[in-house]
Design a protein around this ligand. Structure first.
Ligand SMILES: [Zn+2]
Length: 331
């Protein structure tokens, strides 16, 4: 007699054919599991407070997690004197675009899940006392795609820097142009590039920081126009992705192709900067290029870069593979 595996696979096979009448609670998770995050690079379970202290970088393999635009601002800017600019810009739907879902509905869903109006945020503030206007992408909003609002935020951000006579910084994290806005999304490439020329005419610096992933129309426009171009380690930076290129040229691509380290070797970047050094590096570059002095004493909102002492009791790391298996429908 065949012995059936005791891992729920038989039940899963059966439930695919005969739908259960009583729905099981398939999303059973223990309260402790929300406290841990699995590193996608090395697979280690990371305690969320420890990850937060480490600026969302894995302490085992130095994998840089993607961060929200709000978190990026907190990591980068001094806590006092921050002011969000152009928060009331909302995307419209002039093409009345619809694929399998209406664009308007996609936007509503993205706004709900990310808590932002569109895929970018502009904040005026200072970095270690050196004034700057910073634009950061929200990758969680439709993969950080660049539509009219994102283009407007970058262009207006550059002009705000001119008005405030300070440097301009962008943190790119984008899947490229927003296809649902058609030609209007492609026009943002010209709009953002043109706005940067005003910054250049005013003799003010523009620093572009490329984070994982920076692709498509964003790479092909303002992201590569920085006076200084920095990148976070191992970030994917490209126009067309490696899979598309491999399929087109039918050749195996070299190891690390289109990653920060590869691009630095080939002259596309000025430097790769670990997240723990980014704030100091940006303050230093801005200070040298604008003449504002760096404050040696950090302002109160500075995120501590050295880990604090560990809390006395931490719950043990759950077995994530086990947790994934448990999450499968079992009845
Ligand atoms: Zn890791």
């Amino acid at each position: 007699m065949a012995v059936l595996p005791n891992d729920g696979s038989t039940i899963n096979w059966l439930t695919r054919i005969i739908k259960p009448k009583i729905k099981g609670n398939s999303k059973r998770t223990s309260p402790r599991e929300g406290l841990w995050k699995k590193c996608p690079s090395c697979g280690q379970a990371l305690f969320h407070t420890e990850l937060e202290r480490n600026l969302d970088v894995c302490r085992h393999c130095q994998h840089h997690f993607r961060v929200s635009s709000m978190r990026r601002m907190e990591m980068t800017l001094d806590s006092d004197g921050r002011e969000e600019l152009f928060p009331a810009l909302y995307p419209s739907d002039p093409l009345k675009f619809k694929d399998i879902k209406r664009y308007r509905d996609r936007v509503k869903d993205a706004q709900k899940s990310s808590g932002t109006n569109d895929a970018a945020r502009v904040v005026k503030g200072s970095i270690k006392g050196v004034p700057a206007v910073v634009t950061s992408f929200e990758f969680g909003f439709m993969a950080g795609s660049m539509g009219s609002v994102v283009g407007a935020k970058i262009a207006h951000g550059a002009l705000a820097a001119v008005e405030n006579k300070c440097g301009f910084i962008t943190f790119a994290a984008s899947g490229g142009a927003r296809m649902q806005e058609g030609i209007l999304s492609l026009m943002q490439m010209a709009k953002t590039s043109a706005a940067l020329t005003k910054l250049e005419a005013a003799g003010l610096p523009y620093i572009s920081v490329l984070t994982d992933p920076t692709t498509g129309g964003v790479t092909a426009s303002f992201a590569m126009l920085g006076d200084v171009i920095l990148a976070e380690p191992n970030a994917l930076i490209c126009f067309a992705g490696p899979r598309v290129i491999e399929q087109t040229i039918r050749e195996k691509l070299p190891e690390g192709f289109q990653r920060s380290e590869y691009l630095l070797d080939h002259g596309f970047l000025d430097a790769i900067c670990h997240r723990k050094d980014l704030r100091n590096t940006l303050a230093d570059i801005l200070s040298r290029l604008t003449g504002f002095p760096v404050e040696t004493i950090r302002t109160s909102g500075d995120v501590p870069l050295k880990p604090k002492p560990e809390p006395p009791i931490e719950p043990p790391a759950p077995d994530l593979r086990r947790a994934e298996a448990d999450a499968e429908p079992s009845s």
